[in-house]
Design a protein around this ligand. Structure first.
Ligand code: GZL
Length: 311
């Protein structure tokens, strides 16, 4: 059941006494908070000194943090880039200072030579798994879909939208009638879902596709307040598999979620240790398989097991 077992790597001599700067996007979702927890656990287990900077989802704060890490002369930088563009200049500065940069969970449009490697998931595949689930679930019935997109311009928002459309391709009965960003947060997910319900009427919305569970949890609130039943009147499929979506599924208020591991730091630190040891330049690390959970799973047990994983 434990979908993401975090194996704390043995102490590695060449990582101890290293200092790594981590420019984290923020704490916009349960998944993001878990990624931060796991990164700190991994650094601790490997004897790495981690300098943590929370950007409150603002790119300018991430750029400032990276400049600070360069000035401090850290040994490496972890960057979870809030959006995909606007990084070339600051990545050039890190490269000038010969400080390797590893991207976590999101990618950038910058030159590949400007970062050492990226540890991500196949975001298109995640969207496709969600779309295919919905296509099977509605089985030919007409279904108007509303979509809560992630942060505008972020690689997950772009790729999960693309993947979902691939997943529902060929099914003329499925139609995305509204699509707007909820910025990956519960609060925005609720506000935008309220506007969808007002514009379309709950009775005309068959399903919600949310690019992450937190926006889905916010939307569930809005659907209830509109007097409709989430999970039955309006089907809900999202991505991350955070504990609270399993609580919602246990209550029959959500229908499916696609799992994303919060442990991006493990492979990142492995790559850094190999690099520090003998200059090995690692290949990209991608989570290619994405487990689908539905309300038919033992969601109470999954909730309990995930709670112990840093969420
Ligand atoms: C996806 C990651 C997303 C999560 C959200 O790799 O960047 O960011 O799915 C988080 O929960 O906000």
């Amino acid at each position: 059941l434990l979908a993401t077992t975090i194996i704390l790597a043995p102490l590695s001599a060449n990582a101890a006494d290293k200092t790594v700067g981590f420019s984290q996007i923020g704490s916009e979702s349960g998944w993001r908070a878990a990624e931060t927890t796991v990164t700190k656990q991994q650094a601790e287990a490997r004897g790495v000194t981690l300098k943590f900077a929370d950007a409150q989802q603002k790119q300018e704060n991430q750029i400032k943090a990276i400049r600070g890490f360069v000035a401090q002369g850290v040994d490496a930088i972890l960057l979870a880039p809030v959006v995909a563009t606007g990084w070339d200049e600051v990545l050039e500065e890190a490269k000038e200072a010969e400080i390797p940069v590893i991207l976590l969970d999101r990618t950038v449009d910058a030159e590949k030579s400007l970062y050492m490697t990226a540890v991500t998931s196949d975001l298109v595949h995640e969207g496709e798994v969600a779309g295919k689930w919905l296509k099977d679930e509605v089985a030919g019935k007409d279904c108007n879909i509303v979509e809560l997109q992630g942060t505008t311009g972020s690689s997950p928002a772009i790729d999960r939208k693309k993947g979902f459309e691939q997943g529902i391709a060929g099914a003329d009965n499925l139609k995305i009638v509204r699509s707007q960003t909820g910025d990956f947060t519960r609060a925005q997910g609720k506000v935008v879902m309220e506007s969808f319900l007002k514009a379309e009427g709950a009775e005309n919305i068959c399903a919600l596709y949310a690019h992450n569970d937190d926006m889905a949890v916010g939307a569930i609130q809005a659907i209830k307040e509109a007097g409709a039943k989430p999970g039955t009147d309006i089907l809900i499929v999202s991505i991350d598999s955070v504990p609270d979506i399993h609580l919602a599924m246990d209550a029959g208020e959500a229908n499916a979620t696609v799992e994303l591991t919060p442990n991006m730091a493990g492979p990142a630190f492995d790559a850094l240790e190999a690099y520090w040891k003998d200059g090995t330049l690692p290949a990209k690390w991608v989570q290619t398989e994405s487990k689908l959970y539905t309300l038919k799973d033992d969601n109470k047990a999954i909730y309990e097991s995930k709670k112990s994983l840093g969420y």
